[in-house]
Design a protein around this ligand. Structure first.
Ligand SMILES: [Zn+2]
Length: 127
């Protein structure tokens, strides 16, 4: 994926380009799975954080397209799309519904499972 700093993000965007408008604190790209969905990420302390190292950009946290058919979940790190593997809504709901004991049984380790639950909840909340 390439990135492009623009003032206004065009309504018709090309694939494999992350358009970034610092002016309007927003970034937009086509879902990298090829489904054609336009993914808009607003840049703010509560939403996504954009880092630019002079050559490549990264977005944090991960991008989860739960509202689109493909449910793609990935990171954009140093201009690369890093796939997180697919997590379905069902799996997501299950994880959140399960109490900590239940989750602990599956993945083991109390501190580890708490971190895992927090991580899942964060992903869920941020979208
Ligand atoms: Zn997609």
């Amino acid at each position: 994926m390439r990135h492009k700093f623009v003032e206004y993000i065009p309504s018709q965007i090309e694939e494999d380009i992350l358009y970034i408008s610092i002016e309007y604190d927003v970034a937009k790209h086509k879902c990298p799975c090829g489904c054609g969905a336009d993914i808009v990420t607003s840049l703010s302390p509560a939403r996504w954080k954009l880092t630019y190292d002079g050559e490549t950009v990264s977005l944090y946290p991960s991008i989860g397209n739960w509202s689109h058919g493909c449910k793609s979940h990935y990171w954009i790190t140093n201009d690369n799309v890093v796939w997180a593997g697919q997590i379905t809504n069902n799996q997501m709901n299950k994880v959140i519904r399960n109490d900590k004991e239940e989750v602990k049984k599956h993945i083991g380790g109390s501190s580890k499972s708490k971190g895992f639950i927090d991580w899942m909840k964060n992903i869920f909340r941020s979208h």
